[in-house]
Design a protein around this ligand. Sequence first.
Ligand SMILES: [Zn+2]
Length: 88
Amino acid sequence: METDQNKEVVQEATKKCPFCAEEIKAEAIKCKHCGATVDAKVRKLEDKKQNKSKEGLFLQGMNLGCGIIMVIVIIIIVIVIIAVSMPH
Ligand SMILES: [Zn+2]
């Protein structure tokens, strides 16, 4: 009887990795088979970090694009002002 109970405990202490479907320990944070983060809390934290770095790169790109567009717009405005103020 005792061996049966032990088997049950071992089965309870494992879970399936949602990424590779391999058996891993229930307390595992990362899957030993595919390396994916299985713990929901840790995965959320990692997602936040990844999103932040992606946002940073995106914003940097936006700033660069906006800067170029701003310079072009200012040049066009200056040309228009000069053209309008020029006596015909
Ligand atoms: Zn896995």
